[in-house]
Design a protein around this ligand. Structure first.
Ligand code: GDP
Ligand code: IMO
Ligand code: MG
Length: 428
């Protein structure tokens, strides 16, 4: 039974929590796209400090699970190794249980520099990226001649020759376009590459072959999406998106398995909506309600610490991402965060220039101007974080979940009432 977990909003839906839970029954957990722009939190129990994972699959906390990073990921060795060391300090050893594709592209220090320079130059028009070098690294992948893949660490002499050419070109571009005065130093980069080669080589493998073998042997594979479908490069709110196909449509290209290898697509949503970075957000509540949700839900970025923008649940955008991903089931997290709001609004439609829209608009400036049509439900005031069964939820909380489910026409199978494993309600 192979499952793909994918975010249906603008990221941070709680994918880390769901992957951690489902990985109890998985033999392999696979990160297939994005990079260290992702921040996936896992809270094993209320007593324990949370784990924040950026590149390692969230199955890494279970030693019996094989964790795989495939070709679609842009891998920052600096961050990955720091993450591995951080886990080792907490008693989690990583050895043979981590497999990395030699085809994964490497995020180099100059990609992060380029991300920062580009965002600074854009000024008020910036995308609000995570400055993790994601866009520049994927751009080099597409350019090809300036790209470096993990397998290039296996031939350091060749890599040095290529880095001399690449940095020569980047230095010219950074100086001419951004007025940068600190040229890149190949010796410093090569020192890093030597360290990375030593530590990463044992993990490098052909993950496409590994996944095909696992699939044919009937092993259970869990795919961990990063970002959210509305940040998808082709299908999201362009240009305020990330640089990969992070919705479910990107899965096959990013791991080399055909779509038919997946039995279930599980979409993850929050009981409301959040977004970090710039871009349209029709149901945003830039007011007391938005601040209430942000404070109660601790809505600050796992990767950058930035405050997240918050607003009501939007069945138009999530209906669209359900279609896009062929979503079979939904996990709705953070229901507890809505407690204390007198009324709960659900966006059921968009109006643009006086007319109802029957589709999710492709243009960011249209989406920026749509008016939301809301349905209002009564709120609930009880603290629901200690509740252990769906039936024990207050009536108003169940009514909210079931109304969203009816509007989305997709079963909500899991409901989150807190960050930890035990704060999860399963529905039949
Ligand atoms: P991801 O990027 O999709 O993995 O999500 P993040 O980890 O970036 O953000 C989700 C945040 O919500 C994390 O701090 C989680 O610990 C927390 N969280 C997950 N599920 C719930 C829930 O049901 N209730 C509450 N209050 N917090 C949750
Ligand atoms: P997880 O996996 C939320 C957003 C950034 C920015 C845009 C482009 O934790 O859900 P990038 O650095 O990718 O070039 O930034 O995408 N973004 C995310 N927002 N969660 C994420 O990942 C994100 N990854 C990227 O904030 O708006
Ligand atoms: Mg996150």
């Amino acid at each position: 039974m192979n499952t793909c977990v994918v975010g249906l909003q603008w990221g941070d839906e709680g994918k880390g929590k769901i992957v951690d839970l489902l990985s109890e029954n998985a033999e392999l957990v696979v990160r297939y796209s994005g990079g260290a722009n992702a921040g996936h939190s896992v809270v094993r129990s209320k007593e324990e400090k949370q784990f924040a994972l950026h590149l390692l699959p969230s199955g890494i906390l279970r030693p019996e699970v094989t964790c795989v990073i495939t070709n679609g990921v842009v891998l920052d060795p600096e961050i990955l190794l720091k993450e591995i060391d951080g886990l080792a300090e907490r008693g989690i050893k990583i050895a043979n249980n981590l497999k990395i594709s030699g085809r994964a592209h490497l995020v180099m220090p100059y990609h992060k520099k380029q991300d920062q320079l580009s965002e600074n130059a854009l000024g008020k028009d910036k995308i609000g990226t995570t400055i993790r070098g994601i866009g520049p690294c994927y751009a080099d992948k597409v350019t090809r001649s300036t790209a470096i893949r993990a397998a290039d660490l296996l031939n350091l002499d060749n890599l040095q020759e290529r880095l001399i050419k690449i940095t020569g070109l980047k230095n010219k571009i950074f100086a001419a376009v951004y007025g940068d005065k600190e040229p890149l130093d190949v010796d410093i980069l090569m020192d890093l590459c030597r360290q990375w080669a030593k530590r990463l080589t044992p993990h490098l493998t052909d993950t496409t072959a590994l996944l095909h073998k696992a699939w044919h042997e009937g092993r259970s594979i869990l795919f961990e999406g990063a970002q959210g479908s509305l940040l998808d490069l082709d299908h999201g709110t362009f240009p305020f998106v990330t640089s990969s196909n992070c919705s479910a449509v990107g899965l096959s290209a990013a791991c080399g398995l055909p779509a038919k290898a997946i039995d279930t697509f599980m979409g993850v949503v929050k009981a409301y909506t959040s977004r970090v970075g710039a871009g349209p957000f029709p149901t945003e509540q830039d007011n007391e309600t938005g601040r209430y949700i942000r404070d109660k839900g601790h809505e600050y970025g796992t990767t950058t610490g930035r405050p997240r923008r918050c607003g009501w649940f939007d069945t138009v955008s999530v209906g669209y991402t359900i279609q896009l991903g062929g979503i079979d089931k939904i996990a709705m997290l953070h229901l507890d965060t809505l407690s204390g709001l007198k009324e709960l609004n659900i966006c059921t439609g968009y109006r643009y220039q006086g007319k109802s829209l029957d589709f999710f608009p492709a243009e960011a400036d249209v989406l920026d101007k749509v008016e939301c049509v809301y349905e209002t439900l009564p709120g609930f005031t009880e603290d629901i974080s200690g509740i252990t069964s769906y039936a024990a939820l207050p009536n108003a909380a169940r009514r909210y979940v079931e109304r969203v489910e009816a509007l989305l026409q997709t079963p909500i199978a899991i409901v989150g009432v807190g960050p930890s494993r035990e704060e999860t309600l399963f529905r039949n």
